[in-house]
Design a protein around this ligand. Structure first.
Ligand code: ADP
Length: 404
């Protein structure tokens, strides 16, 4: 059975087509700069013998409909395609960023679901509208496929009130102001993989999952369920990120508006797009920052000190929240690749039962463990795969529906 996974952003559509038997990726691609100059599609086909073939088409793509129609064209193309007709795709799994408190599960998309996702758009104005655009055009272009929504927030719906409430008046909670948490698909995927690697049921496994990509978040997972997470009402708080500040005293916002004279939009841009690593050392990519740090650059050193210290503080907090921790799990671009960040995030945690084997940390590749002999808490690196998780959840849902 073939399942297409779509992540539709404001000016881009990322996609992967899976053959679910064997979880094989058939094609992957990206439509970018939709509605702008220089729009293009990069499409890669994978062959069973390990070969791959990429086509990079520079072509005018005015809107999401044209973009997805072009993807459908490539999927059935004689040279680059893998199917004969769009009807071969059984289901399309859509990444939807905000499911609010309305969606704690992956859901088959109906007009009611679309209306509810639209209702939630004020909570995620940059994400839910383009996610909806992806759903609408996929429904037109793949009319025979079941359309399924997989929500970034769903995994965190298990957080108890003590973790998901803000200490503000109750009527604001009724209006939806609470912690939602994000990156749920990744935290869920690596939790299951980590439990499998440890050889114990996920329902009996306590983990701290640390997703460090361009966006960063950390989650306390008890028995396979999220009990606390570092992002909140929006994906802004918590860890320091590429361009986002992470935790900051909200009084800074009042000050910036009232005394510095910034507008609300300027503060929004400042905290979301001009802060984090970029704000401290004028760079986003950890590889560049590590290279500068190695040459003694003080701004790069400060950025890395702040970035890793914040992770360490959250690890400590979530160890307290969980009581017993089986493993820390590092994932995503930085978590999977940066020995420096893992080393410094775990540095000094020996008394809490976390010690790294520095050689294993430096030479780690793929899913592996890097704790020192005798470390009470294991430290794992688990490559994330949000697209595969979306495809697996989509498959599980349509199989369950078929049984009804
Ligand atoms: P996204 O949140 O966009 O999915 P990724 O999970 O792909 O992000 O992570 C992107 C980040 O991973 C980049 O900013 C880069 O800093 C970091 N990264 C990738 N490879 C390495 C590496 N070898 N060493 C350090 N950082 C890396």
């Amino acid at each position: 059975m073939k399942i297409l996974v779509i992540n539709s952003g404001s000016s881009s559509i990322k996609y992967q087509l899976f053959e679910m038997t064997g979880h094989q990726v058939l094609t992957t691609g990206l439509v970018e700069r939709i509605g702008q100059d220089g729009s293009r599609i990069k499409h890669t086909r994978f062959f069973e013998d390990g070969r791959q073939q990429t086509v990079d088409q520079q072509t005018a793509i005015k809107n999401h409909h044209q973009g997805l129609a072009a993807v459908a064209g490539l999927l059935i193309d004689e040279t680059h395609g893998v199917i004969n007709s769009p009807s071969e795709i059984a289901a399309v799994g859509h990444r939807v960023v905000h499911g609010g408190k309305l969606f704690s599960q992956t859901t088959v998309i109906t007009p009611t679901v679309i209306a509810k996702v639209r209702e939630l758009s004020p909570f995620a104005p940059l994400h839910n509208p383009p996610n909806l655009a992806g759903i609408e055009v996929a429904t037109e272009i793949f009319p025979d496929a079941t359309q399924v929504a997989v929500f970034d927030t769903a995994f965190h719906q298990t957080m108890p009130a003590q973790a998901h409430r803000y200490a503000i008046p109750n009527d604001l909670y009724e209006r939806g102001i609470r912690v939602y948490g994000f990156h749920g698909t990744s935290h869920l995927y690596v939790s299951k993989k980590a439990a499998e690697y440890l050889g114990q049921p996920v329902a009996e496994t306590n983990l701290i999952t640390i997703h460090l990509g361009n966006g960063c978040s950390i989650t306390a997972v008890r028995g396979g369920q999220s009990i606390d997470t570092s992002m909140g009402f929006s994906p802004l708080p918590g860890l320091m990120m590429g361009t986002r500040s992470g935790d900051i005293d909200p009084a800074v916002v009042f000050y910036l508006i009232d005394k510095v004279g910034m507008s609300m939009e300027e503060v929004d841009r400042l905290l979301n797009k001009q802060s984090g690593l970029l704000g401290i050392c004028d760079a986003i990519d950890l590889r560049d920052i590590e290279a500068r740090q190695a040459k003694g650059d003080p701004a790069a050193q400060l950025a890395l000190d702040m970035y890793t210290y914040r992770i360490k503080k959250y690890i400590g907090a979530y160890m307290a929240a969980l009581g017993r921790v089986d493993a820390l799990v590092f994932t995503a671009g930085v978590g999977e690749n940066s020995a420096y960040v893992r080393r410094h995030a775990c540095d000094g945690l020996d008394l809490l039962g976390v010690s790294l084997d520095q050689t294993k940390n430096e030479t780690a590749k793929g899913l592996t463990e890097i704790q020192a002999n005798g470390s009470r808490v294991k430290v794992l690196i688990v490559p994330t795969n949000e697209e595969l998780e979306i495809a697996m959840q989509t498959l599980a849902l349509i199989e369950a529906e078929d049984k009804v």
